[in-house]
Design a binder for this molecule. Structure first.
Ligand SMILES: Cc1cc2nc3c(=O)[nH]c(=O)nc-3n(C[C@H](O)[C@H](O)[C@H](O)COP(=O)(O)OP(=O)(O)OC[C@H]3O[C@@H](n4cnc5c(N)ncnc54)[C@H](O)[C@@H]3O)c2cc1C
Length: 303
């Protein structure tokens, strides 16, 4: 079985940046990646200094080239199981196995979307979540925010920074009243109560939102808060402590289990690409230092 200083599970921005740091630290590092980054449906990645507007796949291709430039190995595969406690044995769904002194899990999260016809098909195109990622592109357009959870109201208030033509659709949530209604009114956001039936798409573009009562609201873009489900089965399987539904890490990405690190959206849903990359970089440095000091301790013991 091939042995590595570190195996990184997940080769998005977090995992690849960790791979880059570890390769540059002269570590034998392997990235195992399933090839399904969260932002794959989007045509462009926004808000990453010097890379603003780059297609998401291009960023990862550049990152893979950089990692390989320092001897890092990258393979396609899905890790299904990790055994041991340092060294770890990392197993993929097609029967491969690798040994790792340290582990970084950067497997991201899954966006669970509301069950409204058209949402899934338009996700990352004209149905979005993050105004910092896509708000500029939707500026001054006729937009709607779909109520999916109590925080959707704040989502609508935030989005009003990008357009003054905004409606809030409580959908299956109660229509806002009192202070909530006043806040929306203060930002000029119209509330359209009632259930949303489906999205209206013409010529591969969102043109409206069809309500259950038969009315169609002409809209060019829809925003909604997806439910975030961390892809953390490997971490919880290894016994990593969880707090409020998310695996706990310190500032360097260390989990409660020695030798196991985590970075990116798997432990923090708020991170954009540049933050995920930074978290991976921090974890890469921490893993290298961890290995150096473990070897120092061994050397002292053996002397
Ligand atoms: C539609 C959409 C658009 C977005 N647009 C932007 C934007 O414009 N700008 C921005 O800053 N942010 C944007 N984001 C957020 C961005 O996608 C995340 O910040 C970023 O992808 C997080 O990086 P990550 O490395 O944690 O995870 P990801 O990029 O999701 O990468 C995780 C990788 O791990 C792999 N993986 C998962 N499980 C396993 C396993 N068991 N074995 C092996 N591999 C595995 C996956 O296949 C994937 O390749 C967007 C998000 C969405 C949903």
């Amino acid at each position: 079985m091939d042995s590595y200083d570190a195996v990184i599970i997940g080769g998005g921005a977090a995992g690849l940046n960790a791979g880059l740091v570890l390769g540059r630290s002269r570590r034998r590092v392997l990235v195992v990646d399933g090839g399904r980054p969260r932002n794959a449906p989007a045509a462009h990645m926004q808000g990453f200094l010097s890379r603003d507007g780059l297609p998401p796949a291009d960023l990862l291709e550049i990152g893979r080239t950089e990692v390989r430039g320092y001897g890092g190995e990258i393979v396609t595969g899905t890790v299904t199981r990790v055994d041991g406690s340092g060294p770890f044995t990392v197993r993929t769904d097609d029967g491969r196995a690798y040994r790792a002194r340290r582990l970084l899990v950067a497997t991201s999260l899954t966006d669970r979307l509301p069950d409204v016809p058209g949402v899934r098909e338009r996700w990352g195109r004209d149905v979005n979540m993050c105004p910092y990622c896509h708000g500029w592109e939707n500026r001054d357009q006729a937009l709607a925010v779909l109520g999916t959870m109590p925080s959707s109201l704040e989502h609508a208030l935030l989005l009003s920074q990008w357009t003054s033509d905004l409606v809030y659709l409580p959908h299956l949530l109660p229509a806002p009243t009192g202070e909530d209604a006043a806040k929306l009114a203060a930002r000029g956001i119209e509330v359209v109560p009632g259930e949303v039936e489906r999205l209206v798409v013409e010529n591969d573009r969102l043109t409206g939102v069809a309500m259950a009562d038969g009315t169609v609201l002409a809209r060019q873009g829809l925003y909604l808060a997806a439910e975030f489900v961390p892809n953390d089965a490997i971490l919880t399987g290894l016994g990593c402590a969880v707090e409020d539904g998310w695996v706990k890490v310190d500032g360097s990405g260390a989990t409660s289990v020695p030798g196991v690190y985590a970075a990116g959206n798997v432990v923090n849903p708020k991170l954009g690409v540049i933050h995920a990359a930074a978290a991976g970089s921090m974890a890469g440095m921490a893993i290298n230092a961890d290995l150096v000091f473990a070897d120092v301790a061994e050397g002292v013991k053996a002397a």
